[in-house]
Design a protein around this ligand. Sequence first.
Ligand SMILES: Cc1ncc(C[n+]2csc(CCOP(=O)(O)OP(=O)(O)O)c2C)c(N)n1
Ligand SMILES: [Mg+2]
Length: 657
Amino acid sequence: MILDSARLAPMANAIRALSMDAVQAANSGHPGMPMGMADVATVLFSQALKFDPAAPKWPDRDRFVLSAGHGSMLIYSLLHLTGYEAPTMADIRNFRQLHSVCAGHPENTELAGIECTTGPLGQGFAMAVGMAMAERHLNATFGAGLVDHKTWVIAGDGCLMEGINHEAVGLAGMMKLGGLNVLWDDNNITIDGDTSLSTCEDIAARYLASGWHVTRCDGHDFADIARALAEAAADPRPSLVACKTVIGKGAPNKQGGHSVHGAPLGADEIAAAREYLGWTAAPFEVPAEILADWRSLGAKGAAARAVWEARLAADPQGSEFSRRMAGELPADKSAARDYLASLIENPPKVATRKASEMALEALTAAIPELVGGSADLTGSNLTKTKATTPFSASDYAGRHVHYGIREFGMAAAMNGMALHGGVIPYGGTFLVFADYCRNAIRMSAIQKARVVYVLTHDSIGLGEDGPTHQPIEHVMSLRAIPNLLVFRPADAIETAESWALALKQADRPSALALSRQNLPPVRFEAEMKTAKGGYRLKTADAARQAVLVASGSEVEIALACAAQLEASGIGADVVSMPCCELFDEQDTAYRADLLPAGVLKVSIEAGITLGWQKYVGDGLTIGIDSFGASAPADKLYDYFGLSADKIVPQIMARLGQ
Ligand SMILES: Cc1ncc(C[n+]2csc(CCOP(=O)(O)OP(=O)(O)O)c2C)c(N)n1
Ligand SMILES: [Mg+2]
């Protein structure tokens, strides 16, 4: 032990005092978890964690994830006490108020010391799995001199009970992520009351069965905690440390009960806690000698960082490592350009999932930080390329992850990888199963993480697998997520452009909705038109009376409709709309030119019509507002009215012709 218990106890009590006082001042928040885990966190930060408050983004720092994000005051206290620039005490006083960096739950976009945004239970843990994977991958690529750190997680009963935990634990065990250590706040309490209300699981047995190492400790005995953490750090398997704690420890009348989970203690109980803990300082004051102990502990990471920086400077791969960690794409863009040129020269008729694979062949060869994967649909999502050999416990340098049938676990792990840095993750599943990982997609967007979702089989066009597999509401519902780009390219060129644009987005995720069925080329020029989100693909020949807007596989149908209309003397533009979000970002003049007032506008997309009114006003919305059906794709397109023969008469009727 670096510090003895007599020094550690008041340090832990500083966390307790700040937590209970901040929650009381905000009249909102969760004092129970930070008070219960104060002792464990104090040992973690003093004995085990490699960190330097002066350099929160130091690449070889240990990652610390507070998966039980409701206990946010724990991490705010730790960051402040150890000497991070933020949060300041003023920030902590402002806990949970508008624009405070001390938001209700920890947000990676608010504080440099927060690795990932947590609050949706189970996902912090699952993101930590991705961080540990990224660490192993970079270690295998750049060597232990540059990359050799651990991932520490504090997780509660809720994080272990969520379904995603099964996926995350399975993945971590399979990948033998020995650097991952989870400290479980084993307090037997959740919001409703005792955990016996809702679970009888033998958690240790489940983890052991999944290839984990499991140990326990008394979460209020500093020496025992230190012993367990050392054991966890030394074991080659991922470790679960069951820390037996008392929720709200230090609040004498409320500790151990569910009432301390998520409500202020109240003035009387806070006074009683001060008495019980022997804490005489006023709210938001930390006695100088206790703060000094915390600060000297925080200062000790600087030496390790300096040694690492010297190694980085001397390493021949140092600048490449720094480029990847900075999230900058390679300067040489010739591979992507050459690939695009080859498409223009010889436009293929392929499914856009195939076009995605073709683009990825070029991109993965040129961009070594791309790490792909699929949730057991590699041959369908077409995510694996020649450059991406399998990532596994026996080859962490591999770049294609067999995530197994774990869509949610995959998406959360990809968030963790992206946030770790040095890796740009992409992963595939069927679009319809985006719902299985939807909250993680949302978390990519909230966290501004560059993750690319490869979502194939994007409509009834997948055919015979039927309504359970046919996306209907999915494309539009993904468009409803802020800060997510949803691409639905129409052909191989738009697919290549979508990939290029997705990779360029340093601070937002993208979802690519890709067809199973072959699509003819619709674009024949090299100009990067997808960048504008929507563009005029065909200009009316006759006097323009209609503008047809379509995405993906329905662009072909829109072109067929336009041809029929022109044959009847009705001029029609066709607008291809591969990315509504990018289109929305164009200026008013551009948007108004494409979708002019006073002309009948018609949307065509093999999904719900909800949302298209934004683009076509009171024009026609052609789509599918019911579930699909099981049949060959061409039969389904006809049955659901997605053909020129069925659409054109509706347009003519609206035009009064
Ligand atoms: C996915 C998800 N479901 C529900 C919640 C709401 N919630 C926040 S904390 C909590 C109970 C968690 O219990 P535990 O992890 O044991 O935390 P403790 O009460 O011990 O602090 C719940 C249900 C949430 N944040 N995320
Ligand atoms: Mg609990």
